[in-house]
Ligand binder design. Structure first.
Ligand code: NAD
Ligand code: GLY
Length: 364
């Protein structure tokens, strides 16, 4: 088992990465001194696979867990499900010392974390992420929240978990498309922070795709370590944390104009990261050889890198980038790469250049 510390003073916590960790959930929660009552929040695809193991582990350690299940999918990341969750917690009389376990992908983690941040003005929560994306990204760093009709993640909080348990065995049931989508975030960490990780992925992508356990533990732990370092320096995204959004401005806009659902998030940011590399060439002298390496790695992961758009769609995409949460004072700011492993945030890019690069995404 590998362990990574997220250093945030009295809100510091560990991320554990390894096999069969769900079995240790109860003992780990006991070590944290959490209260007797708890609620495991999961979705209706993950719960039949892993809830019993989680509940059994908690019971064995002396806890009194209940299970609350939400329908799987992004549509559940909404205020209605938050309300339903509060009602379940209140019906079972969960109190201030009780805690919540989020067992599932990013949807469950974001929703359950938001419920934990606000029920009784905050109860402890533990993340047990079961998708690759959730293990390397959404379960770490404390961004919790839900969507509104007006847009994604518009209501939320920064609320850190007490522990993150990344059980690699949960990947055995994860659909391949979901798994590949998580690899887009893994590649991102190489591009933004760690040339050595990027090179490792170039050497080992074929094994990573096949979910080779040994190599995977190192890769997941390294991604968590990078996220922990970034969040440890800038918890609330006043600066550095923005680098985690490399490829996301265009990626989010692709998700928005294609009506959320056509592309998984990882697929959209795969196209977005190649576009961001091309913007970086023009703005920061990022080399075309490196853009080709970035593109090739996404292709080898089986992720899309191209999107041909008609003129009207280009305009809709441009409008969507202006609605992104990363807009400040009406200006879109991009994360751009100087070289693989080194990026800079807060770059203003002329709109004409963004339009040009977006317009040529079909041939990138
Ligand atoms: P998800 O939670 O919707 O899970 C994807 C699908 O896989 C679901 O149908 C789920 O039921 C199923 N599933 C999950 N684990 C499984 C397993 N082990 N075996 C079989 N099926 C399994 O999607 P996701 O990609 O994990 O998360 C996406 C969400 O994460 C989005 O809402 C996004 O906004 C959010 N997110 C949050 C952050 C953050 O910092 N908080 C960062 C990135 C993404
Ligand atoms: N996924 C981006 C962040 O956590 O800041």
């Amino acid at each position: 088992m590998q362990q990574v510390r997220v250093a945030l003073g009295d809100r510091s916590y560990d991320i554990q990465v390894g096999g069969a960790l769900i079995k240790t959930l109860g003992a780990s929660c006991r070590e944290l001194g959490l209260g007797a009552q708890c609620a495991v929040i999961s979705d209706d695809q993950v719960a039949p696979l892993y809830a019993e193991a989680a509940l059994a582990s908690l019971r064995k350690a002396g806890f009194k867990p209940i299970l609350h299940t939400i329908p799987a999918g992004e549509a559940s990341k909404c205020l209605r499900e938050v309300g339903r969750s509060y009602d379940v917690l209140a019906t079972h009389r969960l109190e201030r010392k009780s805690f919540i376990v989020a067992l599932g992908g990013g949807v469950v983690g974001d929703l359950a974390g938001f419920v934990a941040s606000s029920y009784l003005r905050g109860v402890a929560f533990v993340q047990v992420p079961t998708t690759l994306l959730a293990q390397v990204d959404s379960s770490v760093g404390g961004k919790v929240g839900v969507n509104l009709k007006a847009g994604k993640n518009l209501v939320g909080a920064f609320y850190q978990p007490r522990l993150v348990l990344c059980d690699l065995e949960t990947f055995s049931t994860l659909p391949q498309r979901e798994y590949r989508a998580g690899i887009a975030e893994v590649i991102k960490y190489g591009v933004i922070y760690d040339e050595a990780l990027f090179s490792t992925l170039e050497r080992k992508m074929d094994k990573v795709i096949k979910r080779d356990r040994k190599g995977l533990a190192e890769v997941v732990a390294r991604c968590c370590e990078i996220k922990a370092e970034v969040v440890g320096q800038d918890e609330t995204e006043s600066g550095l944390r923005a680098i985690l959004n490399f490829g996301h401005t265009i990626g989010h806009a692709i998700e928005a104009i294609s009506g959320y659902g056509k592309f998984l998030h990882g697929e959209a940011i795969s196209i977005g990261q190649v576009a961001a590399a091309r913007l970086s060439e023009r703005m920061l002298g990022f080399s075309s050889v490196e853009t080709a390496r970035v593109r090739e790695l996404f292709v080898r992961a089986g992720l899309p890198v191209q999107l041909a758009l008609k003129r009207a769609s280009i305009e809709r995409l441009m409008a969507a980038t202006r609605l992104d949460k990363k807009v400040a004072g009406g200006e879109i700011r991009f994360v751009l790469a100087r070289k693989i492993g080194v990026v800079e945030h807060g770059h203003k890019v002329p709109e004409a250049l963004v339009r040009e690069v977006v317009g040529s995404m079909g041939a990138q």
